[in-house]
Design a binder for this molecule. Structure first.
Ligand code: ATR
Length: 269
């Protein structure tokens, strides 16, 4: 049997999903394809219907379609409901079943990279976009007791706190509050290739604190380099990308795939 998989978005050229799922399909001898399919905003429903008509087994959903896909789903899982976004769809009998694996990917990566995580200390989340929603949800469900959101636009952080949890502090105070932190997560676009760096003075951060940047292009942002110099443990964003793909592949094929160095190198190349 051959299966058809895809990742949808607009634009979609940058997506690493075809590399990840293509690698696993080959490794497990699964015949089929995983393609990047660009779906324009004004052709959205038609684009999805075409995937159903063409017998696709499922697809990853990326920016800007993660919210737009929800009303087309027959059912979405509790995580997707809480986050308000779907990143994985499985098609059964022409019906769409949505889930969100971003929160899982985020927390799995953290746990795999770090043995010592102090969940009683402040977990500081910088940013309040879609990625921050998944991160706050993941931290809350993993038992972090003190989640603090900081965002340039404070109101966006307040919406997440209302919807999911945590408290809000001032973006301008971001360096000052680090002395009580056990974890700092950058979910903003700052530090990505083509974007300004995140300005954060990590010198007040306790040495046992973990610094996690979900950006993976570049792999080592200024934030992570500074944290490393400050002797903090760091977590790069590539693991989140790889881990969020695991449950998607499992849903589509029934096989739990493994992440290895070869796959990481392929994705980063
Ligand atoms: P995503 O859904 O991928 O997280 P997004 O919704 O565009 O993306 O969010 C980007 C995040 O980066 C936001 O928290 C944004 O802050 P605002 O809500 O104030 O826009 C943050 N961000 C982007 N550029 C920034 C900058 N120059 N300074 C501070 N924060 C910035």
């Amino acid at each position: 049997m051959s299966i058809k998989l895809a990742v949808i978005g607009y634009p979609i050229k940058q997506s690493k999903s075809p590399i990840i799922h293509g690698y696993w399909m080959e490794k497990h001898g699964i015949e089929g394809t995983h393609e990047a399919v660009q779906i324009d905003l004004d052709q959205f429903e038609r684009g999805i219907q075409k995937l159903i008509d063409d017998d696709y087994r499922g697809f990853n959903v990326t920016v800007p379609h993660k919210e737009r896909i929800i009303p087309l789903c027959t059912e979405i899982d509790d995580t997707a409901k809480a986050i308000g976004a779907v990143n994985t769809v499985t098609i059964e009998d022409g019906k769409l079943y949505g889930s969100n694996t971003d929160a899982y990917g985020f927390i799995q990566n953290l746990k795999q990279q770090c043995d010592q995580i102090d969940r009683s200390k402040k977990a500081i989340v910088l940013g309040a976009g879609g990625a921050a929603r998944a991160v706050v949800y993941a931290l809350q469900h993993d038992g972090f007791e003190n989640i603090v959101l900081l965002n340039r636009t404070r109101e966006r952080a307040e919406v997440i706190v209302n919807d999911i949890g945590g408290t809000v502090d001032n973006w301008d105070q971001r360096s000052a509050i680090l002395e009580e932190a056990g974890l700092v997560v950058n979910t903003t676009s700052l530090g990505m290739i083509g974007q300004p760096e995140l300005e954060l003075d990590v010198s007040a951060l306790p040495h046992e604190a973990i610094v996690y940047d979900i950006v993976y292009k570049p792999l080592m942002t200024d934030l992570l380099n500074n944290a490393k110099d400050n002797k903090n443990q760091i977590v790069t964003g590539i693991g989140m990308l790889l881990h969020q793909a695991v449950p998607a592949f499992e849903q589509w094929t029934g096989i739990q795939p493994e992440i290895n160095d070869e796959l990481e190198r392929l994705v980063l190349a």
